[in-house]
Design a protein around this ligand. Structure first.
Ligand code: ADP
Ligand code: MG
Length: 229
């Protein structure tokens, strides 16, 4: 890996990020984390330990009780709501385990959504669909697709606007091992080609092996891990 460029802000920083659910259960306990531009990290950890909570806080889908999230050097919580929303739209992509492809839109329309939300031309959605192996399928409806194909559409949608940061929560959790391997290879290649830094939550060591580094969430904090390859 190239050494970090000191002039480029990290794609993501979490500073003393804290989340407590009702009943006083501390899920994230002053968690610190930084992700360099273009870096790909896998987050592992036991079920219920707080991995989805962490991604949701980074994405602004949930609110922290303390600490800060910086995306591309901006402290999200210090921005007015509309500016925070705009920054997330531009800088973030999210891939979910259950695909979340919109059933009543064509593949092209699904992938074009982030472009339209950012006031950009939808044209780039054609090339992005081709990049994930779905050339010529622009007018197809999601119901015609397999799980692996649906996740390719979700990856295309998450990267089409060239975000600095991609968040993926168990992206291959609903796929068989062979399809998972193909989708991860594609995810890795497309994040490299668009330059997106990636945080991928996964249970699978085979999936984690696609990452530059692996961290484990336990006791509310992230710890470096070494993987057997
Ligand atoms: P993981 O993704 O690592 O499996 P989660 O982040 O989904 O874990 O959940 C972490 C813990 O927080 C779990 O014990 C879960 O039951 C609890 N939890 C998640 N969301 C909520 C919520 N909205 N309210 C209360 N507890 C929650
Ligand atoms: Mg989860």
């Amino acid at each position: 890996m190239k050494p970090a460029d000191p002039d480029v802000s990290p794609a993501l920083e979490c500073r003393r990020l804290t989340k407590t659910y009702e009943g006083g259960r501390v899920v994230l306990d002053a968690l610190d984390f930084a992700l360099g531009a273009g870096e790909f990290v896998a987050v592992m950890g036991d079920s219920g330990v707080g991995k989805s909570t962490l991604l949701n806080l980074i994405a602004g889908l949930d609110h922290a009780d303390g600490g800060e999230v910086l995306i591309d050097g901006s402290v999200i919580s210090s921005l007015p709501d509309d500016a925070a929303t705009r920054l997330r739209r531009q800088k973030l992509g999210f891939v979910f385990q259950a695909f979340h492809v919109l059933p009543h839109l064509t593949l092209f329309q699904n992938v074009a959504v982030p472009l339209l939300l950012n006031g950009a031309s939808p044209d780039a959605a054609h090339a992005m669909l081709a990049a994930v192996g779905l050339a010529g399928r622009d007018g197809d409806m999601p119901r015609q697709l397999s799980g692996g194909e649906l996740q390719r559409v979700a990856i295309a949608r998450a990267l089409v606007h060239r975000p600095r940061l991609l968040l993926a929560d168990e992206p291959t959790g609903n796929l068989d091992p062979q399809t998972a391997h193909e989708v991860l290879g594609l995810l890795r290649a497309e994040t490299q080609s668009t330059g997106a830094a990636t945080v991928m939550v996964t249970h699978s060591e085979a999936a984690a092996a696609f990452a530059d580094r692996v961290v484990i969430l336990s006791d509310g904090a992230l710890h470096a891990a070494t993987l057997q390859r």
